[in-house]
Design a protein around this ligand. Structure first.
Ligand code: PLP
Length: 385
């Protein structure tokens, strides 16, 4: 008896695999992108209160009205856009479920979906599960620049959708307004949906501003804005995300969401209501928290003379390992875990042709200072410096 063919077309998550490797060697897990940081106290308090005071049953499938209202309020505060909580906002089990429900709701088997690479590894299984065909457009290192000709060629294949992750995991790229306008221009011309993944919308460095595709001229009706509480409020285990889209798109996405998960966890949705109302100072502090850690790790790699791709956003850092004499990305990552107990992600897992990422590995720096100083010490030991 055979299992479904579709499961043969993608691999188990390399990030989750490296997390298990970290556990095997009782190492530090810099592979999976979770912060070593608690959610804000008032947000936790509200979730606890919700559990103790009866918020333990299913919520309406597309999300608690209070949370949809709160998401709408936050969207108008930060994006300057109006989204109707009744017809344009859906609460999901994290951004991950939001992306799959959106792909299922919008993409037919055989239709193409543009993906920029290096990419967040969940996108490909998501596209495969709905029978779509990924069309890759390369972001060229060291600056992760977008080649206009390559983009033009990808659009000439008339894609149904494009996934846009900014700030981007794993590269740390923040798409510029000009790049986004160029993408938007093609999407309008070809009637292509944009599915955004804005999970790192509040983690940008060096004074950069987050640009929202939905806010660009003419893009509201064909953009699905996806975000969630995992990274902005350090609550990756709560599984609360959301989708903002035109009612026609929302109703297709809601059907897929309903039959996959019914609803996001109710008490954590209640906690998320409080998160949505946090003041501007909270976000300023969050950025500073990660900027300090980014700068620390940049310095560590500079001292070790290891070339780094300087992240402009999110909380990952890719480094070049091809000059270190420790083999390719997988050999490097396994040796690092075995010898000094540091788990990182091999670069090949972010490319559709693994050979394109063999010269890189990714570190997550959303960690406590004690952890980061251990990372420094272990890296020095590993490299014999
Ligand atoms: C780019 C990107 N999108 C989505 C996710 C997952 O988000 P969520 O926890 O909301 O499912 C991650 C987690 O690392 C991510 O890096």
């Amino acid at each position: 008896m055979n299992v479904a063919d579709r499961t043969e077309t993608f691999q188990e998550s390399v990030i989750r695999k490296m997390t298990r490797v970290a556990q095997r060697y009782q190492g530090i897990n810099l592979a999976q992108g979770f912060p070593e940081k608690d959610p804000p106290e008032e947000v936790v308090r509200e979730a606890v209160r919700a559990i103790q005071q009866g918020g333990n049953q299913y919520s309406i499938t597309w999300g608690l009205p209070a949370l949809r209202e709160a998401v709408s309020g936050k969207f108008s505060r930060f994006a300057g856009l109006t989204a109707d909580p009744e017809t344009e906002i859906t609460i999901t089990c994290g951004c991950s479920e939001a992306i799959v429900a959106t792909l299922m709701g919008l993409v037919n088997p055989g239709e193409k979906v543009i993906v920029f690479e290096p990419f967040y590894e969940n996108y490909l299984p998501g596209i495969t599960l709905c029978g779509g065909i990924p069309e890759f457009v390369r972001l060229r290192d060291p600056n992760w620049s977008l080649d206009p000709d390559e983009l033009k060629k990808a659009f000439a294949k008339k894609p149904k959708a494009l996934i846009l992750n900014t700030p981007c995991n794993p590269s740390g790229k923040v798409f510029s307004r000009e790049e986004m306008e160029m993408i938007a221009g093609y999407c309008r011309e070809y009637g292509t949906f944009v599915i955004t993944d804005e999970i790192y919308e509040h983690i940008l460095y060096d004074g950069l501003q987050h640009v929202r595709m939905a806010a660009l001229p003419g893009m509201w009706e064909q953009t699905v804005t996806i975000s969630g509480i995992s990274k902005s409020y350090s609550a990756t285990g709560w599984r609360v995300g959301y989708v903002i889209a035109h009612p026609r798109l929302t109703s297709a996405i809601r059907k897929c969401h309903d039959y996959m998960v019914v609803c996001a966890p109710t008490p954590f949705q209640m906690g998320a209501v409080v998160a949505m109302g946090l003041p501007d100072a909270y976000y300023i502090e969050l950025q500073e928290f990660y900027r300090e850690r980014r700068d620390f790790l940049l310095k560590v790699f500079e001292t070790l003379s290891i070339p780094v791709f300087r992240p402009a956003g999110a909380y990952y850092m890719m480094i070049r390992i091809d000059g270190l004499g420790r083999g390719d990305d997988e050999a490097f990552a396994m040796a690092l875990a075995e010898q000094v107990g540091l788990a990182v992600v091999p670069g090949s897992s972010f490319y559709h042709r693994p050979e394109d990422g063999r010269d890189k590995v990714r570190f997550c720096f959303a960690k406590k200072w004690e952890t980061l100083s251990q990372v420094q010490e272990r890296l020095e030991r590993f490299l014999g410096r």
